[in-house]
Design a protein around this ligand. Structure first.
Ligand code: ZN
Length: 177
């Protein structure tokens, strides 16, 4: 099975069996909607940040849309559940860096990312480090989306909603200047 096949399997698995699907009472959770008019995707996100632990105690997602948008949302909920808002913001940043790596260099110093081709076989480590997107686990399955710019908004929809939800939850931004 090629890496591309494996990635497709992961995406389809999350699309068919979405994790953390549903709703949470709001309040205390923050409800945030996201809509991608380009594709008709929608996500409804519920984020509960526990005040005592300061962590994302629960997160649920509803909505409908294409396999990219819905599987990305499912993977996101798995990735950030139990994280602090700061950790979640770091992950959002890294995921969006991965999604924009071919469009425009997000970080000025990541010139090395330009050499990261579609094959990506022998350059792990250096190439990934350049965009600081290593260790994204299953989220790597969405890496191929960058080759289809129109789908990038599908993949980032839920992540933008999470970013807004964390803002609304009142947590200080990671890099507040
Ligand atoms: Zn879509």
């Amino acid at each position: 099975m090629s890496l591309e096949d494996l990635y497709r399997e992961i995406i389809l698995d999350h699309y068919r069996n979405p994790r953390n699907r549903g709703e949470l009472p709001s309040p205390p959770s923050v409800r945030m909607e996201g809509f991608n008019p380009l594709c008709g995707d929608e996500v409804v996100l519920y984020v509960l940040v526990d005040e005592e632990s300061g962590r994302i105690a629960d997160i649920r997602v509803g909505g409908q849309g294409c396999s990219i948008s819905q599987s990305s949302a499912s993977m996101m909920t798995q990735a950030v559940k139990g994280c602090t808002p700061d950790e979640a913001r770091r992950l959002i940043h890294r995921f969006k860096a991965m999604m924009s790596i071919h469009e425009h260099q997000l970080d000025g110093e990541s010139a090395g990312a330009a050499t990261e081709g579609a094959d990506g076989g022998d350059d792990d480590g250096v190439g990934e480090r350049a965009g600081s997107t290593g260790d994204l686990g299953e989220l790597e399955a969405l890496r191929g989306v960058v080759r289809f710019p129109v789908r990038i908004k599908c993949a980032t929809l839920s992540w933008n909603a999470l970013s807004q939800a964390l803002d609304e939850a009142g947590s200080p931004a990671l890099s507040d200047r």
